[in-house]
Write a protein that binds this ligand. Sequence first.
Ligand code: SAM
Length: 308
Amino acid sequence: MIPHWEWIIEWFSRKEGHLHGIEDIYYIGNTKYQHVAIVKTGSFGKALFLDGFIQSTEYDEKIYHESLVHPVMLTSENPERVLIIGGGEGATLREVLRYKSVKKVVMVDIDDELIELCKKYMSEWNQGAFEDPRVNLIITDGRKYVENTKEKFDVVILDLTDPEKGTPGVYLYTKEFYEKIYSILGDDGLMVTQATSLRYYIFGFATILNTIRAVFPITRFYNVNIPSFSSEWGFVIGSKEKDPLDILSKEGKKKLEKLGDLYFLDAEALDHLFWIPKYIRRSIEKYKEISTDENPLELGLMDKTPMA
Ligand code: SAM
């Protein structure tokens, strides 16, 4: 018999959704920018939903955050200055702070109310990261920050909500935005962005990849299975000088061992991140679009989940 719980349906297309049994509710409400639900799900433990989509869960947030952060951080020779845009839960920050070389992290998120909720209800994610003296938390639109800052960074990490139509992340996936990121990176700087689902939004992933390819001389993409996202999740790196694949296969793995006991990432998992199934690679190459301020990538519910 099904226990008498509350349920949330997370829609992936008009014909597919994931039904989450809710055991406890910590917070449900609207901030100025987004609808927030922090709840305990039956399968994934505590979870953050923004505008109806899971952002991370207690059960597997480390898979996402370790995969997002470490490939670029390990490729950078000596990352001292890091910029994070988004990442409200504070777990991207937690992973960046593992590096002793890091002297300063600027974290820019648009939503102060969300940050306060994450500090209050999701301390398992941030583990005191917001209190680290190396951190400067700035509440503003990431695009505005990047357009006005005079600072330079070794690594930029974009941990943003997907560019869903009408949400504040849309103009942080365009060519003009990545050009700005390029200009605030040091000579051998790197950036990485989460780049949505390879299953539900393959054209979205391909568009983000094409857009970064139009700006950076070296780009690499990778993926990881995140159970609570019901999908392989995509990431794209833009690099000015260093090829992550060269560095990660040698020095990167040695540096990884020194980071301590990670939950997900070890040398084997690092290699595996860059393995993309053939049918997905072939599908990515089908799409030629790039996202611009004039014609930005804007995702929305598809009629049905596309076949890659
Ligand atoms: N793991 C996530 C995913 O897969 O989509 C991303 C999670 S993180 C919670 C997304 C963060 O991006 C939120 O904290 C949100 O407030 C922030 N954000 C969205 N648009 C932004 C913008 N224009 N400037 C700065 N932060 C933004």
